[in-house]
Design a protein around this ligand. Structure first.
Ligand SMILES: Cc1ncc(C[n+]2csc(CCO)c2C)c(N)n1
Length: 232
């Protein structure tokens, strides 16, 4: 595991260090292909189409966070994320795919890959059967991993083929979102478990959720690298 992160918060820094697959996720061959520009365009577009489906369910999971929240600021943070996903991030996917000749209707009809389904339904299930903390622990690797990937690739990229993608996640706006989500998690833990939350068994259970979602992110990149594994 890498020893350093991007410092998004106390809890996520601990969870990140304890997740066995963190490097497999953030330094995956797909990510390295974005870094050096060798990722085939077909793999990128296949990934984007699956990610469009992913974001739809991920938005539902953040909407569930509004339901599971306990304070108005928690509700506001979750609402802002839902809004950003539906009105900004999904639109970016539509635009990039349209430029590559995949129209919005085709994108919306993308068959959902089982690895995609496994990940989003795992996150939703964490929220359905658990509380706000369970849901945030399952949501966190996605948000913060892309922040870490973006920041590293902005410094280490050797090609600008995927510069727009890298720039989106390396940019100040997205890095600010990552710090906000890290602070939301630290605040939610303190509010529910007290300031010594990191010493409690519950914290280790949440860490395991974070690790599981991290492993499912690895599967998502794997899927992106093998377009032929998509269901009909
Ligand atoms: C598989 C997969 N994992 C993570 C992200 C990144 N991401 C998902 S939602 C969001 C906005 C804040 O919640 C960001 C950056 C993705 N697009 N696809």
């Amino acid at each position: 595991m890498s020893s350093s992160g991007t410092g998004y918060g106390t809890a996520v820094t601990a969870w990140r260090a304890a997740a066995p697959d963190w490097d497999a996720y953030t330094r995956h061959a797909f990510v390295e292909g974005l870094r050096d520009g060798t990722l085939p365009r077909a793999a990128f577009l296949h990934y984007l189409a699956q990610d469009y489906v992913f974001l739809k369910h991920f938005s539902r999971a953040w909407a569930l966070a509004i339901v599971k929240a306990d304070t108005l600021p928690e509700m506001e943070a979750a609402t802002a994320t839902v809004h950003g996903l539906l009105h900004y991030e999904m639109g970016l996917h539509v635009k990039i795919c349209a430029e590559a000749g995949i129209d919005a209707e085709t994108l919306a009809a993308t068959p959902e890959h089982p690895g995609n389904m496994a990940y989003t339904r795992y996150v939703l299930e964490a929220g359905y059967s658990g509380d706000f903390l369970d849901l945030l622990a399952a949501l966190a690797p996605c948000v913060l991993g892309y922040g870490e990937i973006g920041a590293r690739l902005a410094a280490e990229a050797t090609s600008d083929t995927y510069g727009d993608w890298i720039g989106t996640y390396a940019g100040d706006d997205y890095q600010g979102i990552c710090r906000d989500v890290g602070a939301l998690i630290d605040g939610a833990l303190t509010h529910r478990l007290g300031p010594d939350y990191a010493t409690l068994p519950r914290f280790a259970m949440l860490s395991a959720r974070f690790a599981q979602a991290t492993t499912l992110e690895v599967g998502f990149w794997d899927m992106g690298l093998s377009p032929s594994s998509a269901p009909a």
